[in-house]
Design a protein around this ligand. Structure first.
Ligand code: F6R
Length: 610
């Protein structure tokens, strides 16, 4: 949550700030600001609203060409969205932008207020600025002051800092929140996410915990905790500037829905050997590792947790490994028994989700091996887990995940096949069927489902007239229903609940009235008869039913008002086809309602607070 950026070099910093912030907006978008240094003077322009509001403000308060600046786009935590709570914050010689949360800010604020600091905002960030300024007052050295100040801070932070008296220099530090440094032909950069820097450079370094960095137009120096200085070891990202742009689509979400064809293939192909069998050796995972697993605890949030539910089904069905799925924010309060042979699998698109990270750390503290299924490379979760499997979905910009979720599910499916094959529960032929299906049938099914846009639009036309919608399903379709309901809720703001189809009659069916939309998912042939009975129960009470189901089912004509047919080339193809349909229905609904699809209200892409 929140995006920060910084630059120092030979070019004008302001256009770079604006461009980078517009990419970072997905991390938070309720206020925005920049601080620029020119001729040793620091000028701040900030406001409530999005980048457009800042552009307008800059027309009235222009910043002349400058070569050193920091910028911020905010997702409010401490203090509501307002001009005064917008970053950067300045106290004395220190001007800073912050991503994260200072948990002990209240205590720090009282002691600084007692020393005479006059706070202008309600933010924890201003307290951080005051604390660093207080340290700077007696140490007179930026790096030493940052180090002393962060010793006193609890919580997560990535700071970009300008110090008065240090023209042309940007300082930064991180703990818990991400921070990327980059090196371009015209200077040095920092940002919360490499995607913001792709328009300028491909050379990056992911700053490590507690490392302090000092950037000037002449170089980047990392200062380690013992005071020694090192030069970053730059790497080249494979991401392209296009990957962080809409590429002709009206929304990132639509683009990312379409990208699932390729993403699904990219997520599994490096893990299939020349004999067509699952093989994770390129991730440093050998067969012995899979053989030792006796139980799996999957821990994740939101859609990633829903992908975990799909994975659970496969891990238990195919690999016969007892698997439990936990909401990450609850994991520590009711920690499961973690007997010998347990593996904790954390799933995260962003690799920075605070709740998931906390669960990962808990597992590590308890000596349990950990594996991260993660998309964003070199992120905290990817780095801290004992092992990591990247989902290779590419940058996901829309706040609502689509290709991130899809590739988490494909990777988990393949992990289940790998364990099942290694432990003799699947023979070569069946294991090969699964890999080929993931590699070929799934993208083909996605392609097919992308063509049903008109049908999704028709379904959406009905949904927009209702305040409440239900998704129902049994087995894996209940897991898909949960994801479908979340997707619809978060981007269209229509209340939607997922129910295990058989559970409705135990209470919730009382909410069904004439016209209530119920969307039933049926990807499993054996379960259709029972799901159909549940559909009849709601239809006889007036529900309007949309059925998303296998095309090979004999569906009585009076079962549903609308039927979305799913290809049945393989089980995998059917499930991923259903995923495409539920995402697209949510998208079309939000589109018709005129919602801000890529940036739904109150949300942010990367949830770095607990
Ligand atoms: C919903 C959505 C969220 C994320 C959740 C976990 O569309 O995107 O529910 O799935 O916040 O995020 P990651 O996967 O980044 O840990």
């Amino acid at each position: 949550m929140c995006g920060i950026i910084g630059y120092t070099g030979t070019a004008n910093a302001i256009p770079k700030m604006m461009k980078g912030l517009s990419v970072l907006e997905y991390r938070g978008y309720d206020s925005v600001g920049i601080a620029a240094e020119r001729d040793s003077q620091i000028q701040i322009v900030k406001c409530k609203g999005r980048i457009g509001a800042l552009e307008e403000k800059l027309r009235d308060h222009p910043i002349e060409d400058c070569h050193c600046a920091i910028g911020h786009t905010r997702w409010a935590t401490h203090g509501g969205p307002s001009d005064k709570n917008a970053h950067p914050h300045r106290i004395g010689a220190v001007t800073l932008v912050h991503n994260g949360i200072i948990e002990n800010y209240k205590d720090l604020r009282s002691s600084l207020a007692a020393k005479g600091v006059n706070f202008l905002s309600e933010t924890d960030t201003e307290v951080a600025a005051a604390l660093i300024n207080d340290c700077f007052f007696h140490l007179s050295d930026p790096v030493a002051s940052i180090r002393e100040a962060i010793e006193m801070m609890k919580g997560a932070f990535a700071f970009g800092i300008l110090f008065e008296g240090y023209p042309g220099e940007v300082f930064a530090v991180r703990r818990g929140s991400p921070l990327i440094l980059a090196h371009g032909s015209d200077g040095y950069y920092l940002a919360s996410d490499m995607t913001a820097l792709l328009p300028f450079t491909k050379e990056y370094y992911a700053l490590k915990e507690n490392q302090i960095v000092r950037l000037s137009s002449g170089g980047a120096k990392i200062i380690l905790s013992d005071g020694s200085k090192v030069t970053p070891e730059w790497k080249i990202t494979t991401m392209t500037p296009e990957s962080a742009q809409k590429g002709g689509y009206s929304h990132f979400m639509l683009k990312e829905i379409h990208e699932q064809r390729e993403a699904a293939v990219k997520s599994v192909s490096p893990r299939i050997d020349k004999n067509g069998l699952p093989d994770f050796s390129s991730d440093g995972i050998d067969k012995d590792f899979w053989k030792k697993i006796k139980a799996i605890q999957i821990v994740a949030c939101g859609s990633a947790m829903h992908a975990g539910l799909v994975g659970q089904r496969m891990l238990e069905d195919l690999a016969k490994v007892p698997t439990t799925v936990h909401i990450a924010s609850e994991f520590r309060y009711h920690p499961p028994m973690l007997p010998e042979g347990s593996l904790v699998v954390v799933i995260s698109q962003s690799g920075e989700t605070a709740d998931t990270l906390a669960a990962l750390r808990y597992a590590k503290e308890n000596g349990v091996p950990t594996l991260a299924v993660v998309n964003a490379v070199e992120t905290t979760i990817a780095r801290e887990a004992d092992r990591r499997i990247y989902t290779f979905a590419g940058p996901e910009i829309a706040v609502a995940t689509t290709k991130g979720y899809c590739t988490q599910a494909t990777v988990l499916w393949l992990i289940a096949a790998a364990i099942a094959h290694t432990t003799g529960k699947l023979d070569d032929a069946r294991a090969r069927n699964i890999t080929q299906s993931l590699l070929k049938d799934v993208p083909a099914a996605i392609e097919k489902m992308l063509k049903l846009e008109n049908q999704y639009h028709k379904i959406a036309r009905n949904l927009i007239n209702h305040e409440h919608v239900f998704y129902i399903g049994r087995g894996i379709d209940y897991a898909l229903s949960m994801e479908a309901a979340l997707k619809l809720k978060e981007i269209s703001y229509i209340h939607c609940e997922a129910y295990a189809a058989g559970e409705l009659k135990h209470g919730t069916i009382s909410l069904i009235e004439p016209g209530t939309p119920v969307i039933a998912i049926c990807t499993e042939k054996e379960l259709f008869e029972k799901t159909e009975s549940n559909i009849r129960e709601v239809r006889s009470r007036g529900a309007q039913v949309t059925l998303i189901c296998r095309e090979d089912l004999a569906i009585p004509a009076d079962s549903a008002d609308e039927i979305v047919s799913l290809p049945t080339d393989s089980d995998e193809a059917t499930v991923f086809a259903a995923i495409l349909a539920i995402q697209y229905i949510a998208y079309e609904t939000a589109l018709l309602l005129g919602c801000d699809i890529d940036r739904p209200r109150n949300l942010a892409k990367s949830v770095t607070v607990e």
